[in-house]
Ligand binder design. Structure first.
Ligand SMILES: C[S@@+](CC[C@H](N)C(=O)[O-])C[C@H]1O[C@@H](n2cnc3c(N)ncnc32)[C@H](O)[C@@H]1O
Length: 258
């Protein structure tokens, strides 16, 4: 499948959003503890682009940070608002995208956890987003950004999983890689989400995904080219450990140069 120009990609609709919270409850992944430690010295406001349903944003609020978040998925944002409200928080949350988000005042730090940055599936667009991050940071401000490395493009992309929803529905996901472009380092997948109730299929949602994967040196150069000074790259959320080929995530810590 090659995606047509008007296909909505990386949508994170209602079943995807429901599964996201079943699959990744607060603290289930090692990244939150790592990000909290890396942000410990940050005093000012922090922006989390692609904040989703608040898996990272809520624990950071609970740690006393001043968080602002945005995400294009209304379903993910609704969940984020509800989870914040349950805990007595009402941070600024808005429906925006990496490509054109905008705020009037700069942030002390920008945090992009897990694979969200790879959802920018085009090289030039990704560089423009890094420049937008730069424009939204104070001088010396921290960009803390995870990427999933190229190994993800080399993998089959096959995914078959199931979850039981809070109301007892069976939720299933079947993912298939539909295209891989090795020159552009870009992969397309089709995710089929289904909701089953009393042995009957009651809802299906198809979500085309497109992601661009980065090499370690390539992303380091991209940061330098967009006005950042790279301070550290960590593999597998093991603080102080340089990346290894087997790492499923690389974390870049960079500061805005004047
Ligand atoms: C893997 S989730 C990450 C959520 C959250 N940051 C976390 O730590 O769990 C990826 C999020 O990226 C959002 N997203 C997809 N396309 C985007 C875009 N163009 N700009 C900003 N966010 C986008 C999705 O809606 C989804 O909520």
């Amino acid at each position: 499948m090659l995606l047509s120009a008007n296909t909505t990609i990386n949508r994170y609709g209602s079943i995807a959003a429901e599964i996201y919270d079943l699959d990744k409850p607060f603290g289930a992944l090692p990244d939150t503890a790592f990000h909290l430690e890396a942000l410990a010295g940050v005093e000012g406001p922090i922006l989390e682009p692609a904040c989703g349903s608040g898996r990272t944003l809520v624990p950071l609020l609970q740690a006393g940070h001043d968080l602002t978040g945005f995400d294009p998925s209304e379903e993910m944002l609704d969940r984020c608002r509800a989870r914040c409200a349950e805990r007595g928080f009402s941070p600024p949350l808005s429906r925006q995208r990496f490509e054109d988000f905008n705020y009037p005042s700069p942030f002390a730090a920008i945090l992009v956890p897990v694979g969200s940055f790879t959802l920018i599936d085009d090289f030039d667009t990704a560089l423009a987003v890094l420049r937008r991050f730069h424009a939204h940071l104070v001088v010396g401000g921290l960009l803390l950004l995870d990427i999933q490395p190229l190994a993800f493009l080399a993998a089959s992309g096959e995914d078959r999983r199931r979850w039981t929803a809070e109301n007892g529905d069976l939720l299933t996901l079947e993912g298939k890689r539909t295209a891989a472009d090795w020159l552009a380092q870009r992969g397309e997948s089709l995710l089929r989400y289904e909701r089953w109730r009393d042995n009957r299929l009651v809802e299906t949602q198809l979500e085309p995904m497109a992601q661009r994967y980065w090499g370690l040196g390539e992303f380091s150069l991209a940061l330098e080219a967009t006005g950042f000074s790279l301070e550290a790259v960590t593999g597998g959320y093991a603080r102080g450990r340089p990346p290894r080929a087997s790492d499923r995530v690389l974390t870049f810590e960079a500061r805005k140069k004047a």
